[in-house]
Design a binder for this molecule. Structure first.
Ligand code: GTP
Ligand code: MG
Length: 242
């Protein structure tokens, strides 16, 4: 079979330019194709940086980031963009219609595909409430939308492209518990073979992940399932009880 979407970090160390200390140190883990990996850890622990290294926003100092066994340094930006659906921590929408925003990265998406993606992202209801529906204007990069609405449009934008790997950076944090659960259940249905790497704040968001990576001050403090980490990882126990 040609399962695609295998992600591996091999002893990755990364330092931002000009920074004294590395923000990620000696990070190693594997993400199997089609599985969900969750990353959890306190603010500033390096979660966003780790996600960005997969999409090669920066090159690593030591070690390697591999996708399907190939070092991302050897991949073109075009190839990476096609493989990866990256939903940034801060949704970047532009002034234009909802359809314009969702077609960004896939100009030929049909209205049907747009509506399907909005349904999965639990965004169709608030979009339909707008006078022009999917043709409604997004003002000043999203000033007329709530944080959770922007996140859901940003997720819909990624879904339309049907990538092999989804990177969700804290994309569920502004949603209420029920919407979060509904969205992730819907995602599971449409992303059957896709690999999902998600950053989360809430334990309820990570609980069903195939593996959870606990980051602490730029290092891996533990990798396991919810059940495993709950029984033997002090930092995870603290996150759960906070
Ligand atoms: P939260 O999103 O707040 O939960 O944090 P995070 O876990 O996503 O941390 P992130 O990866 O954003 O940052 C890790 C560390 O890198 C922090 O100390 C940041 O201040 C630092 N950092 C993040 N982005 C940059 C950057 O562009 N330049 C520099 N020099 N440092 C950065
Ligand atoms: Mg972050």
């Amino acid at each position: 079979t040609d399962m695609k979407g295998y992600v591996e970090f091999q002893n990755v160390t990364f330092r931002y330019e000009g920074a004294e200390k590395p923000v990620l140190e000696n990070i190693s883990f594997k993400v199997q194709p089609g599985e969900t990996t969750a990353i959890i850890g306190s603010t500033g622990s390096g979660k966003t940086t780790l996600i960005k290294l997969i999409a090669r926003f920066y090159d690593v100092e030591e070690g390697a980031v591999l996708i399907d066994g190939i070092n991302v340094k050897e991949m073109t930006q075009q190839l990476l963009r096609n493989k990866i659906g990256y939903v940034p921590q801060k949704a970047s929408l532009f002034s234009g219609s909802i359809t314009d925003n969702l077609r960004y990265g896939k100009e030929d998406a049909t209205e049907e595909q747009i509506i399907d993606a909005l349904k999965t992202a639990q965004a169709i209801d608030f979009v339909n409430e707008k006078d022009d529906g999917i043709h409604a204007k997004i003002e000043q990069a999203g000033a007329n939308l709530s944080g959770g609405q922007k996140q859901r449009l940003s997720i819909a934008r990624a879904l339309i492209r049907k990538p092999e790997i989804y990177l969700f950076d804290d994309s569920f944090s502004a949603l209420d518990y029920k919407t979060d659960a509904k969205l992730r259940a819907a995602l599971k249905n449409v992303t059957d073979n896709a690999t999902i790497i998600l950053v989360a704040q809430r334990v309820s968001t990570v609980i069903n992940a195939d593996q959870i990576i606990v980051l602490n001050e730029g290092r891996v403090a533990g990798i396991g399932t919810h059940r495993e980490l709950l029984s033997d990882n002090k930092i995870y126990q603290e996150i759960v009880s906070s």
